[in-house]
Write a protein that binds this ligand. Structure first.
Ligand SMILES: Cc1cc2nc3c(=O)[nH]c(=O)nc-3n(C[C@H](O)[C@H](O)[C@H](O)COP(=O)(O)O)c2cc1C
Length: 345
């Protein structure tokens, strides 16, 4: 979404033809830095090899108390993987993606190989531009309904990545609201979770975590409570509510690292498509973090799938300028090009 909350209008530059593959790989990994991640942990590291790009987990940035199984970590890394795939496609490269290619190395999440030249993909170019303006806007949405056609397009983008988006009806939204409130209470009582949240919301610099500028100055009035970050920020919020918001449950057939990674790719596809259509997205993961409320979400899926993440979809209030962008780690801390240093232009 543009800063004024409207759908993004794009202009294109011709992708760089004839640049070395290693440069394209390094640039795709750098572009993946725009990806969203839980608490802005950016728990990934890319290794650029002569004809391969590898994505690895950085365990130091895992939320060990909040996310001991690594579900949200893998979803975050999957979003980065999808960003990198699109960045390569926008530059005219196709790649074969191997997910969790080596059982002996569970932290090696993906390997992109078999890189080949194709025509520049204008859809991918547009999505790369959406990466640069996408952001989490935690303020209330406007009263404008989300167009049904947009929800359809967003759901298809999720399905294309092998996951599903279940749109919740009004009774299910009430159940979600109760579950989110319950999850919030449980998390607020847990000293380890509070300490972890405190750490990621009080990092003055360093390029990770959530600065006060992106956190609301007071809890917005909502039916489904957003995450209580345990501290107020400085982001001014208007009087709005979430009445016109649509809630969706990202889900899939398995509850394993491979499916979490794909869920992250689907989340990226969802969010970039929404951005292109002028729809604002806020993930709500507290309900997934607490086992009891995750079970409630499972029941909302009639036991037919596993919940990965809840998303609030809405039309941002056009009176609001977007919140400032959340900082990112410097590229050299997340992209290792040491193996190809001599080969890059
Ligand atoms: C797996 C995942 C879970 C998230 N959970 C929440 C959440 O519960 N509440 C929230 O306000 N934001 C949530 N976010 C949004 C992140 O905080 C946000 O993406 C990150 O701070 C980077 O900011 P940006 O999206 O504005 O670039 C989540 C993001 C991801 C990828």
């Amino acid at each position: 979404m543009g800063r004024n909350g409207k759908a993004v209008t794009m202009s294109y530059e011709t992708p760089g033809q004839g640049r070395p593959l290693t440069t394209a790989l390094a640039e795709a990994a750098a572009t993946a830095g725009y990806a969203p991640s839980v608490h802005n942990t950016q728990p990934w590291r890319w290794l650029v090899l002569p004809d391969t790009l590898e994505l690895r987990i950085v365990r130091d940035r895992q939320l060990t108390a909040t996310d001991p199984e690594g579900r949200l970590l893998a979803i975050s890394c999957g979003a980065a993987l999808h960003h990198a795939r699109l960045a390569l496609a926008a530059e005219g490269w196709t790649a074969v993606v191997e997910r969790l290619p080596d059982p002996a190395q569970p932290d090696l999440l993906a390997r992109l190989t078999g890189l080949d030249r194709s025509g520049a993909d204008t859809d991918a170019m547009r999505m790369v531009q959406c990466m640069q303006v996408r952001h989490t806007d935690r303020r209330p949405v406007s009263d404008e309904p989300v167009p049904t056609a947009a929800i359809g397009e967003i759901s298809r983008a999720v399905a294309a990545e092998g996951a599903s988006l279940q749109i919740l009806d009004s009774d299910q939204v009430m159940e979600l609201a109760a579950a989110a409130s319950h999850a919030g209470t449980i998390e607020a009582r847990d000293p380890q979770l509070r300490e972890e949240l405190g750490y990621w919301t009080s990092r003055a610099d360093g390029g990770t975590g959530l600065p006060p500028e992106v956190l609301p100055e007071q809890q917005p009035q909502t039916t489904v409570p957003g995450r209580d970050f345990g501290r107020t920020g400085t982001l001014p919020i208007g009087p709005g509510h979430d009445k016109a918001a649509v809630y969706g449950l990202l889900n899939g057939d398995e509850d394993e690292p491979d499916s979490w990674l794909r869920a992250g790719e689907a989340l990226s596809a969802l969010w970039l498509t929404a951005t292109r259509l002028g729809v604002s997205v806020v993930p709500l993961s507290g309900v997934v973090e607490v086992p009891g409320t995750r079970q409630t979400l499972r029941q909302l899926l009639s036991g037919l799938g596993f919940p990965y993440l809840v998303v609030r979809l809405g039309i941002a209030d056009p009176a609001h300028a977007g919140p400032p962008h959340t900082p990112r780690l410097p590229t050299e801390q997340v992209v290792d090009t040491s193996a190809v240093r001599d080969q890059r232009s």
